[in-house]
Design a binder for this molecule. Structure first.
Ligand code: URA
Length: 217
């Protein structure tokens, strides 16, 4: 994943710090169980989900989309109107920008995997509520384990708060590698925010370049 000894040491330090803060010292065992649960099995378990109140308002569940063995996994917030209609993540205006960001990194959308904190659209695109996140999060965590990407890129605040189990603002982490289990996580801005604040695109591009520098193709 990271060949350069200095960045490897930096990464290990951050990883150990992450575990220290959570009292979970220890390195994950070699991936003997890798891909033991497929995305299809997780989707089947999700079924016609009624685990939270959003189920009564949705048109489609938006499970996630992309390569099951992707190097890069993006985690957004929740489906919007277009996603709810089509059952696919990031297909509206934010999705068009995300697709451009992916292309700028040298990938096609089909090469990466895209999922969200929530699999159903919150009414009027309001922020995810904690009971909804609690009901939904294990499916995202299982998707991450199944895909086992080299890097996760979180888009916006709810995704990084969920993966780091924190209430700290995005500004505390943006642009700096974090860890979920021992997968590096790069927190960056949500494309919807970038559409509203185009001057931040430069920062987001720097974040994506840091990710590209760590990917072993
Ligand atoms: N915004 C998100 O966070 N996710 C989507 O899938 C679409 C828009």
């Amino acid at each position: 994943m990271l060949d350069d000894p200095e960045s490897l040491i930096e990464t290990l330090k951050k990883q150990l710090q992450w575990h220290k803060e959570r009292g979970t010292y220890g390195i994950r065992e070699p991936d003997l169980k890798k891909h033991s649960e497929s995305l299809q099995m997780i989707r089947e378990d999700l079924g016609d989900c009624q685990r939270c109140k959003l189920s009564s308002m949705r048109t489609h569940i938006v499970f996630g989309d992309g390569a099951p063995d992707a190097d890069i996994m993006f985690v957004g917030e929740a489906p919007g109107e277009a996603e709810d209609q089509q059952g696919l993540p990031f297909v509206g205006r934010s999705g068009q920008l995300l697709t451009k960001m992916i292309a700028a990194m040298g990938y096609n959308r089909e090469d990466v995997y895209i999922a969200n904190v929530l699999k159903c659209r919150p009414p009027k695109n309001r922020d995810p509520e904690s009971d909804e996140i609690v009901a939904c999060r294990s499916f995202l965590f299982r998707q991450i384990t199944a895909i086992d990407p080299q890097v996760i890129i979180t888009l916006g605040r709810p995704a990084i708060q969920l993966l780091l189990d924190t209430k700290e603002p995005l500004s505390k982490f943006r642009g700096m590698f974090q860890f979920f289990q021992n997968i590096p996580v790069m927190p960056t801005y949500h494309p919807a925010y970038l559409l509203r604040s185009p001057s931040k695109k430069k920062d987001a591009w720097e974040d994506l370049q840091k990710v590209m520098a760590t990917i072993k193709k």
